[in-house]
Design a protein around this ligand. Structure first.
Ligand SMILES: C[S@@+](CC[C@H](N)C(=O)[O-])C[C@H]1O[C@@H](n2cnc3c(N)ncnc32)[C@H](O)[C@@H]1O
Length: 250
C-alpha cells in the first residue's frame, strides 16, 4: 500500500532532521557545529533569539529576586557582576540587563562568533536598561578556559549556565569538558558567589556529577514542566571567606 501523501513529504524531511540532530548531538563540543547551527537560525538575514529551552520571560520572576538574594554585591550602587556561559542567542542576558532594578554588569560568553554577532545585532533592539549603571558585554570565548581578560579569579557574583553543561555532557567527547566548564565557573566566582545551572537533566544524574567536579553542597530546585519536560535549577556556591578575627572569636 502506498503511504499517505503527507508521509511521502514527511519522510525525507524527517530523515534530514534526524541526521541534522544526530550531527548536532555528536558535535556539540565543536565550535564549528554551533557556528553552523546559529548560521541556520539566522537564515533569511535577520538574527532572532533562539532559546535551547525556556526563554527569559519564563524564569525572570524567579531569577531577578534570586540574583538579589544570593549575589548581593558590596553596596546597592556597586554593580552585580553576572556571567552567562554559552549564551548562544538566548535572551537571558539581554533580559536581565534590560529589567534589573539594581545595577548589573552582564558578560555573555559563547564559543561561536556567529552567535555573538547575532546577539550584538539583537542588542541594538533592546531599550535602555532599567538602571542607568547597568552594562552588557559580549565575548567570543571558550568557557572551559576563561583565563585572562575580564575573567580573573573571583570576578563574578553570579554565573548562569542554561543548557551549556547539558550539551557538553551529552556528546561523546564532552564529559571531560563539562567538568572543566564547572571548574572555570567556580574559579571566576567571588567568595559567596553562586553558579546556577538550568537543565532538564534528572537530579539523580546531575547531582553526583556536580559533587564530583564542583564539591559538596549542590542544591536543586524544580523550575516546572514545559512541554512535558521537567526543568531544574542546580546551585553551587563558593564558600564565604571567614575573616581571621571572626574565626578566632568563634
Ligand atoms: C545548548 S546551547 C545553549 C544556548 C543558550 N544558553 C540557550 O539557553 O539557548 C549551548 C551553547 O553553548 C555554547 N558552547 C559550547 N561549548 C562552549 C564552550 N566551550 N565555551 C563557550 N560556549 C560554548 C554553544 O555555542 C551554544 O551556544
Amino acid at each position: 500500500m502506498l503511504p499517505a501523501r503527507g508521509a511521502w513529504a514527511l519522510g525525507p524531511l524527517l530523515r534530514l532532521l534526524c541526521s541534522w540532530a544526530d550531527g548536532l548531538h555528536h558535535g556539540m563540543a565543536q565550535p564549528s557545529t554551533w557556528d553552523r547551527f546559529y548560521m541556520q537560525q539566522a537564515t533569511g538575514g535577520t538574527p532572532t533569539h533562539f532559546n535551547w529551552f525556556f526563554d527569559y520571560a519564563a524564569i525572570s520572576g524567579l531569577l531577578l529576586p534570586a540574583l538579589q538574594e544570593y549575589g548581593s554585591p558590596e553596596s546597592n550602587l556597586s554593580p552585580m557582576r553576572v556571567l552567562d556561559v554559552g549564551c548562544g542567542t538566548s535572551d537571558l542576558g539581554l533580559g536581565l540587563y534590560r529589567d534589573s532594578p539594581h545595577p548589573v554588569h552582564i558578560s555573555c560568553v559563547d564559543v561561536s562568533p556567529v552567535a555573538i554577532r547575532s546577539l550584538q545585532w539583537l542588542l541594538q533592539e533592546v531599550p535602555p536598561p532599567r538602571h542607568s549603571l547597568s552594562q552588557l558585554h559580549l565575548h567570543v570565548a571558550d568557557a572551559t578556559n576563561l583565563e585572562g581578560g575580564s575573567f580573573g579569579d573571583g570576578s563574578f557574583h553570579v554565573v548562569l549556565d542554561k543548557g551549556t553543561c547539558d550539551s557538553l555532557l551529552r556528546c561523546p567527547q564532552g564529559p571531560g569538558q563539562a567538568g572543566q566548564l564547572v571548574a572555570e565557573c567556580l574559579r571566576v566566582l567571588c567568595p559567596g558567589g553562586i553558579l546556577l545551572q538550568f537543565s532538564d537533566e534528572d537530579p539523580d544524574a546531575r547531582i553526583p556529577f556536580l559533587e564530583r567536579v564542583g564539591g559538596a553542597g549542590v542544591t536543586v530546585q524544580e523550575v516546572g514542566h514545559i512541554n512535558g519536560i521537567c526543568y531544574f535549577i542546580y546551585k553551587l556556591s563558593q564558600p564565604v571567606l571567614e575573616s581571621p578575627t571572626k574565626g578566632l572569636l568563634n
